[in-house]
Design a protein. Structure first.
Length: 173
């Protein structure tokens, strides 16, 4: 297995693991905020998807899918996330009209996982050591892909905390 294939599998696995914790969420509660917790489920899915697409752009040179995002918008709709509504430092709103429903949000997240995994799997191995700008820092491309796996895990943890606050119960019960 190549490094790119290992990175791709890690991205896919992170998406599958996060999706396990969506049990019990639906369109009626996917934008529900809990006191003291930062993000709701729709925001987490859109934010992770946007971030993975931004990372994938560094690998494949493509653009974010217009069918999934409204560039520069501070609110989305039933089919797309507004990029500014799910970007770093944005503030989630408990307003279902501003975000796609749970099934659509999950589909957008899944598509971003697949795109990033495909980009990692197909990039020339020598390019994985190349340096790319990410925020204020520079990082190896392979490190950026790894970072996306941990980023998904961070937001998965927020979903776990939200499940507890909303008393959705364990996914293991």
């Amino acid at each position: 297995m190549t490094r790119g294939e290992m990175l791709a599998q890690a991205v896919i696995d992170s998406g599958e693991l996060l999706r396990r914790y969506l049990a019990g969420f639906d369109d009626s509660n996917c934008t529900t905020q809990a006191p003291g917790l930062p993000n709701h489920v729709a925001w987490c899915l859109g934010h992770c998807a946007l971030t993975m697409h931004r990372a994938a752009e560094r690998l494949d040179g493509g653009a974010r899918p217009a069918a999934d995002f409204i560039d520069g918008a501070d609110r989305g709709d039933a089919n797309r996330f507004g990029t500014e509504s799910v970007s770093f430092d944005s503030r989630p709103a408990d307003d279902p009209k501003r975000y796609p429903g749970l099934a659509r949000s999950t589909a957008i997240f899944d598509a971003a996982c697949r795109r990033l995994a495909h980009a990692a799997r197909t990039i020339d191995d020598s390019r994985l050591d190349g340096i790319t700008r990410w925020g204020r820092a520079e990082t190896p491309i392979s490190g950026l892909v790894s970072r996306m796996v941990f980023h998904n895990g961070t937001h998965c943890g927020q979903i776990v905390d939200l499940r507890r606050a909303l008393r959705l119960g364990s996914i293991f019960a």
